[in-house]
Design a protein around this ligand. Sequence first.
Ligand code: IMP
Ligand code: MG
Length: 178
Amino acid sequence: MKTVTLKDKTFGISIPEAKLFEAIDKVAEKMTTELEGKNPLFLIVLNGAFMFASDLLKRVEIPAQLSFVKVASYCGTESTGKVTELIGLNEDVKGRTVVIIEDIVDSGRTMYGMVQKLKSLGVEDLRIATLFFKPEALQYDLNINYVAMEIPNNFIVGYGLDYDGYGRNLRDIYTLIS
Ligand code: IMP
Ligand code: MG
């Protein structure tokens, strides 16, 4: 098996690029059908989703806008709880169809915060697209519209996903061995 070592950890190849592309093709087809005529704004969550967004959105050939955001989360007041801030969101999202493009939904906390934030900004039709989804890890009530691949609850790197900043540039997906 092909392995890579990133800092102190070793990872083994688990999903080759070709398999990712097959899954991405299917999501792209579904998106094209469902979003045609809706003038969607794709919100790409940095850093992890950059490769997925690139390969996905070049296959969704409909009029659309793209924007790149970073998610910051901090503790608000007692009544507001955790507050999510979207850094780099310069578009007016009120009344729009917005599709979040994420690399992986694990506990779902990041996406849940983002959904609350975007709803409060008046998004009319909010959808989530994720490359990977770990159903066993989910702890929040989320409706994920587009899932390219469901995976077991193991730590992965590659194709945009990192371990401590490393591994994002790998073209295939690797799973933690030791
Ligand atoms: P959540 O908020 O718990 O759903 O976590 C989502 C974020 O954690 C993702 O956007 C990733 O940045 C990171 N993450 C979760 N699982 C993995 C993984 O297996 N590899 C790399 N990053 C991960
Ligand atoms: Mg992420």
